[in-house]
Design a protein around this ligand. Structure first.
Ligand code: GDP
Ligand code: MG
Length: 177
């Protein structure tokens, strides 16, 4: 292997967006530390977590950004989006208002990031299936309409969390490699 190959590095910035309390911070803590908090505070959030995975024998790092609760004031700044090559747009399957907000988040993402960014619509809190108000079909069809990947997740019981992040990371990798 030449030294050029060894020096090859992949670091992708991914942002998590969506209304307050949809589970953004818990999706990230589940993925990066395998932790879930039933009483997480909206204002407590790290700037980002870095998580590595291996693709085709290469180490690929994802720098995943979480808001510190500023989405409550619709004040997520352009700096948050800057340089993002991937995004998870999250709603809560039990709260329709959070699903209705996706269009606005998508507009904001499109304004502030590269149009080629890998984007996934995420319906979180899948464990609360008995009180859901958004069907899987509705989620799928919104995703298709906007050309997004789609997945339902549960940060609480871990369903699809790793799969969702890794699908976005693999998509970014395949577009740059
Ligand atoms: P954020 O404001 O979008 O970052 O949301 P948080 O991650 O702080 O979560 C808001 C609330 O929803 C917290 O009480 C979490 O415990 C809860 N929560 C997050 N994800 C899930 C999930 O998958 N299932 C259930 N039942 N609750 C969740
Ligand atoms: Mg949060």
């Amino acid at each position: 292997m030449s030294s050029d190959d060894e020096a090859e590095e992949y670091l992708f910035k991914i942002v998590i967006i969506g209304d307050s309390a949809v589970g953004k911070s818990n999706l990230l803590s589940r993925y990066s530390r395998n932790e879930f908090n039933m009483h997480s505070k909206a204002t407590i959030g790290v700037e980002f977590q870095t998580q590595s995975m291996e693709i085709e024998g290469k180490e690929v790092k994802a720098q995943i950004w979480d808001t510190a609760g500023q989405e409550r004031f619709r004040a997520v700044t352009s700096a948050y989006y800057r340089g993002a090559v991937g995004a998870l747009l999250v709603y809560d399957i039990t709260r329709r208002t959070t699903f209705d907000s996706i269009g606005r988040w998508l507009d904001e993402l499109t304004t502030h990031s590269d149009t080629t960014a890998a984007r996934m619509l995420v319906g979180n809190k899948k464990d609360l299936d008995d009180i859901r108000s958004i069907s899987i079909e509705e989620g799928k069809s919104l995703a298709e309409e906007h050309g997004l990947f789609f997945m339902e997740t549960s940060a609480k019981d871990s369903t699809n969390v790793k799969t969702a992040f890794e699908m976005v990371i693999k998509e970014i990798y395949s577009s740059v490699s």
